[in-house]
Design a protein around this ligand. Sequence first.
Ligand code: FMN
Length: 227
Amino acid sequence: MNKKRILILSYSFSSQTRNLLGGLIDGLRQSEMEIHWEQLSPLEELRFPIGTIWSTIIMMLQTFLRKRYPVRTINPVCFEPYDLVILAGPTWSYNPSGPILSLIDRDGKLVFAGKEVMPFISCRGYWRVHYFGLKQLLKQCGAKVVAPIVFSHPTPEPWRTIGVFLKLAGKAPETGSSWFRRFYPKYGHSRQQVENSRKVGKKLGECLESGMPFDKPLFSTPVKSEE
Ligand SMILES: Cc1cc2nc3c(=O)[nH]c(=O)nc-3n(C[C@H](O)[C@H](O)[C@H](O)COP(=O)(O)O)c2cc1C
């Protein structure tokens, strides 16, 4: 029997998507399949953290307007046929991130047309507008978009919103002895979520191997800790 083929295209600014995908791929590897993981690299290096409050506000405004961040050419194997394509990245100001938008503009029709595409989203908490916008763009490329895998930061509000902003601005709010640290012990996803991502990958691999359709969501959205 031919091995199933899966393509993972991803961008990660502050390593959160990358860490979750590490778990996911570990889980996928428990099934017999061929996996190609292509990590997008912007032409102009994007530095994390952004560094100042002012430059963080500017980036948020630009990304709200869907600013594109051009990416380097991708490996030609990405244009081959796949049983499933996972398009993974963070939410930026209610939108897909600039490198992902740029990839879709340039290569979208060649990479996604006629393929099943599963969005994979890492966000602080608001993923819906991102998902629906991404779905539209992918459909315009001729993709069949299936239910997404979403992970949101586990820290409660309002701390995660303030914490993410301060982290991006280079303030490292989770370190030192400030009172804020009590409410915001860590930026991003937890170890438990990386473990959950591994379980999601295992289940996804099993479904892919058995030929099960992805029409219905396989996991809760966002992924809950018991999965
Ligand atoms: C410019 C910018 C804008 C962001 N806007 C949002 C947002 O609108 N909603 C949200 O839930 N998270 C937002 N985030 C937070 C990221 O989605 C989140 O930290 C994610 O886990 C980062 O993943 P990454 O490290 O793979 O880039 C934003 C981050 C950046 C850098």
